[in-house]
Ligand binder design. Structure first.
Ligand code: AKG
Ligand code: FE2
Length: 486
């Protein structure tokens, strides 16, 4: 069998590699942007190093291939992080998420065209079948049908080389039945694409299932979880959810923010929403400053974690797929200057020693990286019991995250907006700018309207830096309102 399957596997491996070579990328930035930043290339890369590699290994285990085996053993000893099965699942899930969120055109996608950015990466019938299975497992049946249909078409074009049409049609039929069953259950609400995993808290699966079974699951009962999820996706796609009149009332202006510091060089403010106020400040960081921040953060980046059940064992998060690092102001004078700049522009105290603010957080999202809708406050929605037993007293002492100040450290080539599904507002990343909003009402209550999330990166990568400002130092700086809703 080696004689017949061996060369075919090699040929396929090499032709997949040729797609990469065709990009003619030589610089590190090019690799990050065009190869690692392309969801199809990154899927292929990981697949080559997991599944395909195993097939090759199995086929070179005979005398004719001794030299190759030796070379391969050498590769395995390199101090590299070789992707594993789990990574391939992650890359497939990223493709599922991107297809679902951005409603990508399937026939363009399989030809390497991602939302208008063309590449040499293509998907085979077998790839589509594999990704369709992932959609199915995530209960995204409508999306699974689309992937299987494409797999069927491609299998025909490929003359059943990577997979046969017969094999595909079994999966297609199963997915069609599951889709029909679920649309029948939810009252024939067929057309609305809904998001997969949990907007806010707890919703999962196709969304259509949740609509039928538990419409009020979400962070606040007056908002349907699926509505948040729908709005979130629409905002990610760049759709307008507010009236023309409202949008034209959102102006840009120069502002000295009541500080002499800004008299000669006023802040460039772009209003993203009135109430609650969301502001974007342009040109907050220079390119040189951004370079420094990234340089220091890079070796410190680690996968975002979520706390395990009952605080036991932390696990890699699926609701937030990014890497983060925390930078202490004392590391560099630059970080102190940044804190001071934020303090001047927001009018809030950022004294780290006094615990008026958290350390600077730097986050990096790869292609497909995202953060499901959430609120930034940590205490306002907790019960007295939770505050007493599950929260570190030091957190209580700092008070809640009264405000968020978030820098964008790069331009994202496609996707990656910060979307506020309850406001219909979205902030689009632009290098050096920052967004600012209050998470709490003046009463100290959590402002549920500030629900927001990071849209998946469709192409390229995304860097942000968060400064969370705490309640403690602000009592003379942000006055209370007269009513709980103020
Ligand atoms: O990356 C973004 O756009 C949002 C990040 C965010 O919401 C957070 O880190 O809390
Ligand atoms: Fe957030």
């Amino acid at each position: 069998s080696t004689v017949s399957t061996g060369p075919r596997i090699f040929r396929r491996y090499l032709s997949a590699y040729e797609q990469v070579a065709a990009e003619q990328v030589t610089t590190e930035e090019g690799i990050v942007e065009r190869l690692a930043g392309n969801p199809l290339h990154s899927f292929h890369l990981i697949k080559r190093m997991t599944v395909d590699w195993k097939h090759i290994e199995a086929n070179v285990n005979n005398d004719n291939w001794k030299d190759v085996t030796k070379a391969m053993a050498g590769v395995e000893q390199l101090p590299l992080m070789i992707p594993e099965e789990d990574d391939l699942h992650g890359a497939s899930q990223a493709l599922v998420r991107l297809h679902d969120t951005y409603n990508l055109n399937m026939s363009q996608l399989v030809e390497g065209n991602i939302g208008g950015v063309k590449s040499f990466a293509e998907l085979s019938a077998q790839d589509c079948l594999y990704i369709g299975k992932h959609s199915f497992n995530l209960q995204l049946y409508r999306r699974a049908v689309q992937w299987f249909e494409e797999a069927y078409i491609l299998a025909g074009k490929e003359h059943n080389v990577t997979v046969s049409q017969g094999q595909v049609s079994e999966f297609l039929n199963t997915a069609l039945r599951a889709h029909e069953k679920i649309t029948a259950e939810s009252g024939g609400n067929k057309e609305k694409p809904r998001q997969l995993a949990g907007a806010g808290s707890g919703s999962s699966g196709d969304g259509t299932t949740n609509v039928a079974s538990d419409p009020n699951k979400g962070i606040s009962s007056d908002h349907k979880a699926w509505e948040d999820a729908d709005n979130f996706q629409a905002l990610c796609r760049g759709e307008n959810l507010r009236s023309e009149a409202y949008i034209s009332s959102l102006t840009c202006y120069y502002d000295h923010r009541g500080e002499a510091y800004f008299y000669l060089m006023p802040a460039k403010v772009e209003r993203l929403h009135h109430e609650p106020e969301i502001l974007k400040f342009h040109h907050m960081l220079s390119d040189a400053e951004i370079r420094q921040i990234k340089e220091i953060a890079k070796p410190l980046l680690a996968r975002s974690m979520v706390q395990g059940k009952q605080g036991k064992g932390n696990t890699v998060s699926n609701t937030r797929t990014s890497k983060v690092a925390w930078l202490d102001d004392s590391l560099r004078p630059l970080f102190q200057r940044i804190s001071r700049r934020i303090s001047l522009i927001t009018g809030l105290s950022l004294d780290i020693q006094q615990k008026h603010a958290e350390l600077l957080q730097v986050a990096n999202y790869g292609v497909g990286g995202h953060y499901n809708p959430h609120v930034d406050y940590l205490l306002a929605d907790k019960t007295e019991y939770e505050l007493k037993h599950n929260i570190d007293p030091r957190e209580l002492n700092m008070g809640d995250r009264i405000a968020t100040f978030m820098f964008y450290l790069n331009d994202v080539s496609l996707g990656g907006a910060t979307a506020f599904p309850r406001l219909g507002a979205a902030a689009w990343p632009s290098k050096g700018s920052a967004v600012f909003w209050y998470n709490l009402r003046r009463s100290g209550a959590g402002d549920t309207r500030t629900l927001h999330g990071a849209c998946p990166v469709l192409h390229g990568s995304k860097w942000v830096s968060n400064k969370w400002i705490r309640e403690k130092g602000q009592f003379l700086r942000r006055s209370c309102g007269r009513t709980p809703d103020a």
